[in-house]
Design a protein around this ligand. Structure first.
Ligand code: ADP
Ligand code: MG
Length: 177
């Protein structure tokens, strides 16, 4: 039987439990899954490509059929280079659907043999995005349970002042953590 390689492209700035949920699901249905970080000159990322790659590699180390890569240019061209037959994308809510459908249709036009496969994360991650995680962390809110501990730590290091404030609040007696 033919092996199906899938790519899971995205920004992963930073990786969240929603991403990891999808990676785990994807690793079960594809023979090989490549988590592909897009080098996007339009976005000004919080974490460098190297930092995101290192985090994703550590977080996916236990999945033997998952590897991490970086790419730029068209997703369809990258897929062809690594001989992928499918693109994995996550759909959280209806709001994701329209944009994802557009992308999938455009990619199909560019490369008819490449299939886009959508998966839904576990319910508790359906409201979770990297952008929200960055915003909440910057304002000193708790992102526990939304990102792996390693990512929480890296965010803490990067956003030192805000996180310190949060820790100080937690210490105050009588206040909810
Ligand atoms: N909480 C989540 N649950 C499921 N899928 C998610 C979640 N967050 C992001 N994704 C999916 O992961 C992929 C990469 O997302 P992201 O890192 O935001 O990069 P992009 O810039 O391509 O949106 C997208 O398909 C997105 O829908
Ligand atoms: Mg996104």
């Amino acid at each position: 039987m033919k092996k199906v390689i899938a790519i899971y492209p995205g920004s992963f700035d930073p990786p969240t439990n929603g991403h990891l949920d999808l990676i785990e699901r994807g690793s079960k249905i594809f023979d090989e899954l490549i988590v592909a970080i897009l080098r996007n000159p339009d976005k000004n990322p919080l974490f460098s490509l190297g930092e995101r790659r290192a985090m994703l590699e550590a977080l996916t180390a236990d999945f033997k059929n998952v590897r991490v890569d970086v790419f730029d240019g068209l997703t369809v061209d990258y897929a062809a280079r690594v001989k992928a037959g499918a693109v994995l994308r996550g759909i959280r809510a209806l709001s994701d659907y329209e944009y994802e459908l557009q992308m999938a249709m455009m990619n199909r036009k560019l490369q008819p043999d490449l299939e886009t496969v959508f998966m839904m994360p576990a319910e508790q991650y359906s409201y979770l995005s990297s952008r929200l995680v960055r915003e909440v962390a910057k304002l000193g809110g708790s992102i526990q349970d939304l990102v792996p501990e390693m990512v929480e730590r890296r965010l803490r290091e990067k956003l030192d002042p805000a996180i310190k404030l949060q820790d100080a609040r937690k210490m105050k007696p009588g206040k909810r953590a």
